[in-house]
Design a protein around this ligand. Sequence first.
Ligand code: FA5
Length: 340
Amino acid sequence: MELNIKKIKEQALKEIEEIKNSQDWEDIRNKYFSRKSGELSKLLKDVKEVSSDLKPKLGALANEIKSDITNALDKKKSEISQDDPKVEKDFIDVTLEVEKYKLGHLHPVTQVQTELEEIFKSLGFVILDGPEIESDYYNFETLNIPDWHPARDMQDTFFIEAKDKLVLRTHTSPVQVRAMQKYGAPLRCVVPGRVFRNEATDASHDHTFYQLEGLMIGENISITNLVAVMKELLSGIFKREVTVRLRPGYFPFVEPGFELDIKCLICAGKGCSVCKQTGWLELLPCGMVHPNVLKYSGIDSKKYNGFAFGLGLTRLVMMKYGIDDIRLLQSGDMRFLNQF
Ligand code: FA5
């Protein structure tokens, strides 16, 4: 048996030496190590059967040639894998860069909205929300615009055919009243949101756009507070000096009311289609909350007063990034959106 073991070793090493490719390698490995019919596997089984006085010597010899053959096979494998086409095909280069998941990103309006929310949170304002489908009552009545009031013409409205008078809200101002009814005074809140108007669209007017309402109610609030908050808002967003002008403006829900216009950043005030050749763009109407609105909201107007503003958020985004047509923002055009 000893002779037989040595013969198997010699034969195996010779055959391993002649291996040319991975298929040969597999065949030889099976020839010797296949569990059922492998020559070496059979030999190891036979060694188990020999008499106990021969077992230690033959067992050690059989294990020795098993490890010699295994080593020779391992060595051969690394040699042939260098130029074996099959191995090449199976080869995976783990250092290759895989195609990255293309994650989307926030829409520029959402990005600016988030920045504004951070600015206002730092000033102690809470962020609130309100319904986009709004009642005529909150959208107009409670804001001191009864249905006979000519100021209704200022905002072309999408009315909804329903028993209750419903509209797509034309501004975020109805949330002023909802917030005061819910939280009372004192109160500091901002309300970012989508609004709708029946507009003939142009470079600075869309039918669907975003506003950010601001409201501060307390004791002895003045126009100085209003101006300070608006300055903070603009410097926080533009991070540089921008030219603005404050002029009287009429809104039935504030008294006095103002329009804050920004010098057009698309044309540097020279005149373009965005600012309708005027050099200025209406951005931030505001004023002191009208006592009638406080009354509708259940706030004691003798004790409390406050200011409100209605930032044209979509227009602010246009000014911040130099976008010369508002309609691009809702076009869904990836060539445009990928720039932000
Ligand atoms: C209002 O909507 C008032 N609710 C704002 C307000 C709130 C005044 C609180 C006083 C106190 P106005 O209709 O002007 O106001 O709209 C506000 C801003 O929204 C405008 O200055 C402008 O920046 C923007 N805006 C108005 N219409 C459009 C439109 N069609 N497309 C894009 N932005 C618009």
